[in-house]
Write a protein that binds this ligand. Structure first.
Ligand code: URA
Length: 483
């Protein structure tokens, strides 16, 4: 029996060299024992792996007598990352057979080919899950903000997947800790250190509560398919996913919730009030409102565009009438439409938290929207947010301009692109305007920043935390301008 030693668990280069030598010497697959040195750690491999034979490395086509197809190499490179013990022997067996059966890799019914392809598929899936399920947490060190994630990959895909994270989070210092190996990005290069322990990763951070609230709010019990869901999000990953703690309850309550939804009378909120102005609504008029109360009454009875037809009610601004700072959102969401108040749903909760961190008391500000009715479309019984059109924003500027004229705030903060359009009258990408105040036509300082929903929608915790931090910084800057 010949012993082929490999330096570590993912030593594809070592396997290739040893396999070439063994094949050139005519050593049959069942005469080789594949051993991984150093307890499987990439970092225990100080010494060169012991050669499988004393013969020199045989690399040329002549001495090996054949070349292998790209098909084989593609499968082998991935299969080596599998945790299965059989992988090196299986791949050598395929290599051995390829000499006599050059088209072997095309025979998917061959048990060896089928198994190697299955290993490669498992590895690809594990890499995909790593890209989807790594959840970073914010961590600060002497060099400043950094992000750390704990992840337990199904197979040894960390090094192969690391370049994806470096590209995706090029501007963030991060570490991904795993039991096999840890990867670090310092904004310039990737480096690797030995595997770590879950205790080395930071504890849950507060933003995860918002992510959970959002996850629960988009969960539709009527569409639940547990098998499909657990296939997409296998249980082995749950323990490191903040949202996974909600899943058992969401599943357990889904049937009841669905029954209640089905039993509930049809609830198309739009129809509840169609054409019926609320108490206190003012008849449509072209006279500029003279007070904030008149704005609220005007918004209730507004017919300046068609959005009133499907909304429960118009949502006027609220806050301190003499506020030095005005925050402008996009439009009321589902919960704001029902409550008749701006920013009370999930985006509002995130906004409140950012305001608190920035030291801005909500009741010292005026909070309003560029568009005062909820634009949405029905999907079943759900009302799905739809971005207001430029025409609707323009029609609603009547009210925003009235609020601005009556209050004359020192600073106006536009939350997102639609708000910026409402405030400035032209479409400008948020990224271009963020960070520096501009003087608006009425002399107020304009600050453009993200909309809170943008942060709710970001799935990646690192991106979410970085955006939230930038958002808080923008609010602080705006507040200091208002002082
Ligand atoms: N999003 C907004 O833009 N405004 C709200 O009032 C709520 C959510």
């Amino acid at each position: 029996m010949r012993v082929a030693r490999l330096a570590h668990e993912t030593d594809f280069g070592g396997w290739r060299e040893a396999a070439r030598r063994l094949r050139a010497e005519g050593v049959a697959p069942d005469g080789v024992l594949w051993i991984v040195d150093g307890g499987g750690s990439l970092f225990a491999a100080d010494a060169e792996p012991e050669a499988a034979t004393a013969a020199g490395c045989v690399e040329s086509r002549e001495s090996v007598g054949f070349t292998v197809s790209r098909d084989f190499l593609g499968v082998a490179e991935r299969a080596v990352l599998h945790r299965s013990e059989e992988r090196f022997g299986l791949l050598y067996r395929l290599l051995w057979r390829l000499r006599r059966e050059p088209r072997l890799m095309r025979d998917a019914s061959d048990p060896d080919v089928w198994r190697a392809q299955a290993l490669a598929r498992d590895v690809n899936r594990a890499a995909h899950k790593m890209k989807a399920f790594v959840r970073f947490r914010s961590a600060r060190d002497a060099a400043g903000e950094a992000f750390v994630a704990w992840f337990e990959p199904a197979h040894r895909v960390v090094e192969a997947t690391a370049p994806f994270f470096a590209r995706r989070f090029a501007n963030m210092r991060f570490s991904i800790l795993t039991p096999d190996v840890c990867v670090h990005w310092d904004l310039r290069s990737l480096s690797f250190t030995p595997g770590a322990d879950p205790a080395d990763a930071p504890r849950a951070d507060a933003l995860e509560d918002y992510w959970r609230t959002y996850y629960a709010s988009i969960f539709n019990p009527a569409r639940l398919k547990v098998d499909a869901m657990t296939k997409e999000m296998p249980k082995r990953y749950w323990r490191n996913l903040p949202e996974a703690a909600l899943i058992p309850d969401l599943i357990a309550n889904a049937q009841d919730q669905t029954r209640q939804m089905v039993a509930a009378p049809a609830s198309k909120p739009a129809r509840r009030i169609a054409g019926v102005p609320r108490a206190g609504a003012a008849a449509p008029s072209d006279d500029p409102p003279r007070s904030l109360e008149a704005v609220a009454a005007g918004v209730s009875g507004c017919r300046r565009c068609e959005l009133w037809r499907d909304a429960t009610q118009g949502v006027a601004g609220e806050g301190a009438g003499a506020a030095r700072i005005m925050f402008v959102g996009e439009q009321p969401g589902d919960q704001e439409d029902l409550a008749g108040r701006p920013f009370v749903g999930p985006a509002g909760q995130l906004f409140d938290r950012a305001l608190a961190q920035a030291g801005v008391p909500r009741d010292a500000a005026w909070i309003t929207n560029a568009v005062k009715h909820f634009r949405h479309e029905l999907q079943g019984k759900r009302r799905i947010h739809k971005t207001p059109s430029a025409g609707q924003v323009s029609a609603c500027r009547w009210w925003l301009d009235a609020e601005r004229a009556l209050m004359r705030p020192k600073v106006i903060v536009a939350l997102g692109a639609t708000a910026a359009l409402g405030v400035m009258g032209k479409a400008i990408p948020v990224g271009r305007l963020r960070g520096a105040p501009i003087v608006l036509a009425d002399g107020a300082q304009g600050v453009v920043t993200w909309h809170p929903s943008y942060m709710l929608r970001l799935r990646d915790a690192a991106a979410k935390a970085a955006a939230f931090e930038g958002f808080v910084a923008d609010l602080k800057m705006a507040w200091s301008l208002a002082a």
